[in-house]
Design a protein around this ligand. Structure first.
Ligand code: UD1
Ligand code: CA
Length: 458
């Protein structure tokens, strides 16, 4: 099968410099949703028609022509003279021997199942159209039937009052035998209210040639909903998120409110996972059995081990969190943070590109960057690894069972030997030997007879 995705329209109502089809839904461009769905059907050819927005669309496609999937072709439609004219641009690239499915880059949520049903109904010798009954069909093409059979599609602007009462609408999604499609398109005219070459006119042509026209219906109306404005984009986003949340509930995840979760990627959950309100998941996130995620946390491309408690307001990006660990509230784990079992990272602690082994704790106000921290280490409040000299980054090594006093600066590269204690306020510039107390602190003095300055009244 050939798949052609129309994505040349300009999307004026989005009020944006970004081409409409590149606006994200669930963190992924609208067009990418359509491409991903098309790929589920294993098309032999996939061609995207672009126009408005210049290089941005082909650039996005170029980036994924990396060999993992069959390459996607693109064709420029300039100027944009209608949906029929758009499909014409793809014709030279299509394989005549298989049908052609036409999809829309701004209709992101059609399921592969619905498309499969349409393609199956049409076979190789019929024209198939995905249609849907709508309570408010205003603005859309209407399916005109005679004795139950589809005979043509009429656009809102060309329709009679009687035709405007029809509630079965053309989703725009069609599948046609390719050789016939080519013939029909070459004979299209633009003699209509919009002066456009309408793809929909091929229906009357097929009927005139006694070809059977069949329809299939999607499982839900929103599967064929297009995005023309930010309002519609926001509506589809909520629908999609609702569906993802529902799937998690079905699977046994506890969502404190299924209307207040956002998944922009893939979230995989074990058993007895609980997610409080306002959490955002991006990229690939895995939560093992028994994880709880506190309110308003953001998790990006991270793995969270069994029994971990993430308290509210955490930002976790590119991290591995070992089982039974406790994170937050207000903790930040950055890429390369790898925590072992039962690690405690408390409020206002930032960990970057560091491993922290089992049972270690940094409970308050610390920066641990480019560090290797052993097991059972206690990192006191206000501790900072000074890992950066403005040009280079250096590592800090803290071996097992160390106690790092509060407000310590570890000027990397530096190593704290196993079991060492650093006194509070230490600025460590040389390695601290194992098992000993190291401290760098001016001795405390009390100045006798000192007096505060007093204001003299004028
Ligand atoms: C079209 C259908 C209408 C259907 C509706 C569903 C025609 C003539 N009408 O309406 O029956 O109910 O879709 O939404 O086909 N596009 C191009 N190049 C163009 C024109 C459009 O690539 O020259 C793309 C747009 O980017 C968009 C899609 O085609 O993705 C549909 O275009 P749009 O103008 O939104 O649809 P209508 O023509 O109003
Ligand atoms: Ca139009």
């Amino acid at each position: 099968m050939n798949v052609v995705i129309l994505a040349a329209g300009m999307g004026k109502r989005m009020q944006s410099a970004l081409p409409k089809v590149l606006h994200p839904l669930a963190g992924k461009p609208l067009l990418q949703h359509v491409i991903d769905t098309a790929r589920e059907l294993s098309p032999s050819k996939l061609c995207v028609i672009y126009g408005h927005g210049g290089a941005a669309v082909p650039k996005m496609i170029e980036a994924q022509n990396n060999g993992e999937h069959a390459a996607i072709d693109t064709a420029l439609q300039e100027p944009q003279l209608g949906t029929g004219h758009a499909v014409m641009q793809a014709l030279p690239q299509l394989d005549d021997s298989v049908p052609t499915l036409i999809l829309y880059g701004d209709v992101p949520l059609t399921t592969a199942d619905s498309l499969r049903r349409l393609v199956l109904a049409a076979g190789s010798d019929k024209l198939g159209i995905l249609t849907v009954e709508q309570s408010n069909p205003f603005g859309l093409g209407r399916m005109v039937r005679e004795h139950g059979e589809i005979v043509r599609i009429v656009e809102e602007k060309d329709a009679t009052d009687e035709e405007r009462k029809i509630r079965e609408i053309n989703s725009g999604i069609m599948v046609a035998p390719t050789r016939r499609l080519k013939e029909w398109l070459s004979s299209l005219s633009n003699n209509n209210a919009q002066g456009e070459y309408y793809l929909t006119d091929i229906v009357a042509k097929a009927v005139a040639e006694h070809m059977t026209v069949v329809s299939a219906q999607p499982a839900a109306e929103w599967e064929v909903a297009g995005v023309n404005s930010k309002v519609q984009l926001a509506e589809l986003e909520r629908r999609h998120q609702g569906k993802l949340a529902h799937a998690l509930l079905e699977q046994g995840v506890t969502l404190m409110d299924p209307a207040r979760i956002d998944i922009r990627g893939t979230l995989t959950c074990g058993r007895d996972v609980t997610i409080d309100v306002g959490c955002v998941f991006e990229g690939t996130v895995v939560l093992a059995d028994g994880v709880t995620v506190g309110a308003h946390s953001v998790l990006v491309n991270s793995n969270v081990g069994a029994g971990v408690q993430i308290k509210p307001f955490c930002h976790i990006d590119g991290a591995q969190v070992g089982p039974q660990s406790q994170i937050g509230p207000y903790a930040r784990l950055r890429p390369g943070a790898e925590l072992g079992q039962d690690v405690h990272i408390g409020n206002f602690v930032e960990v970057k590109n560091s491993t922290i082994a089992a049972h270690s704790k940094a409970n308050h106000l610390a920066y641990v960057g480019d560090a290797t921290v052993g097991a059972r280490v206690n990192i006191g409040a206000g501790t900072i690894t000074c890992n950066y000299d403005g040009v280079n980054k250096f590592r800090t090594v803290i071996e097992d069972d160390c106690f790092i006093g509060s407000d310590t600066q570890l000027v990397a590269p530096v190593t704290v030997g196993a079991g060492a204690t650093l006194g509070a306020g230490t600025t460590l510039t040389k390695n601290a030997p194992a098992g000993k107390l190291t401290i760098s602190r001016a001795r405390q003095v009390t100045v006798d007879h000192w007096q505060r300055p007093v204001k003299i009244k004028k």
